[in-house]
Design a protein around this ligand. Structure first.
Ligand code: SF4
Length: 278
């Protein structure tokens, strides 16, 4: 084997549709083998409860069809705990004092034309908590061979299509090749009999728009919103916010009615890596 082909499963509807189409033989691996070698979910440890709840069901589903799903994690641990530890660490030699989440902060560089405006910080989490764990897992298992990744990006988000960073690797976008929209993906999942999933991604991801945070704040059935608030509270110790409105996230639940208007409901930049699916 000189290349391994895998489906990067993000826990959302498009990547589930990608799995279903592989199972049905409507998408074929370019390795020439009958099926993909792996389906891999990289768990940041800060995922939505619903995403994790559904994992077992999807694992059973793919195994029933002769495929294997592996769950991998960063050696830095859970993204929320790592962030809290990094902010509170007083140890000079702490192995990881870096905040990987791309939180928002008012620009405090007086010489900058953006002085005083909200600025998103550098995003490192996708690489360390999504991409690297998959690459480490594949390297350990298959050695130093090229990786072909099937990514669940659909035609509505074609701007996220990108070449792989490493020349040896290949990114494939079969849903785009098939001209499938998000609605098409929903229909494929419905037809398979599996439940349609909410958008995946970390509970406090700064790429999420206000509408998603409002829905989470309204939902008291799980602790997703509380887990997002816990990290936001810590990030504010370093002058940051996870919510692009530059307000403490907890105020959303406190003032849920008055927050319903004049927010960035239509903004949905998303993480453009194709790995976070947000
Ligand atoms: S979903 Fe957001 S917070 Fe989570 S790894 Fe991706 S970019 Fe980072």
């Amino acid at each position: 084997m000189n290349q391994v082909e895998y489906i990067s499963y993000g826990g959302g509807t498009p990547s589930l549709a990608l799995i279903i189409l592989n199972i049905k033989g409507e998408i074929k691996p370019i390795t020439g083998r009958k099926k993909v070698d792996e389906i891999i979910f990289s768990d940041t440890g800060w995922e939505k409860r619903k995403t994790i709840e559904q994992l077992e069901l999807h694992k059973e589903y793919v195994e029933k069809h002769g495929l294997k799903m592996s769950i991998v994690k960063s050696d830095l641990g859970n993204l929320d705990k790592q962030t809290i530890n990094a902010i509170n660490s007083t140890e000079k030699n702490s192995t990881d004092k870096f905040v990987h989440i791309p939180f928002f902060k008012f620009n405090d560089l007086e010489s900058s034309e953006y002085y005083g405006t909200p600025t998103m910080q550098r995003r490192q989490c996708t690489n360390h908590f999504k991409i690297k764990p998959i690459n480490d897992y594949l390297r350990n298992k298959y050695g130093k061979i090229g990786h072909i990744a099937q990514l669940g990006i659909h035609i509505d988000e074609i701007h996220r299509v990108k070449d792989a960073r490493n020349k040896k690797d290949t990114n494939r976008y079969p849903l785009v090749d098939l001209n499938l929209t998000r609605q098409d993906c929903i229909n494929i999942v419905k037809e398979s009999g599996l439940p349609v999933l909410p958008k995946s991604g970390c509970v406090g991801c700064p790429f999420m728009n206000s509408k998603v945070f409002i829905n989470m704040a309204n939902n008291k059935k799980d602790d997703d919103f509380d887990r997002a608030v816990a990290v936001d509270e810590e990030i504010r110790k370093i002058g940051g916010y996870v919510w692009r409105e530059m307000k403490p996230l907890k105020t959303l639940r406190e003032n849920i009615q008055s927050q319903m208007f004049n927010l960035d409901d239509d903004l949905d930049d998303g993480c453009d890596s194709g790995y976070c699916f947000i």
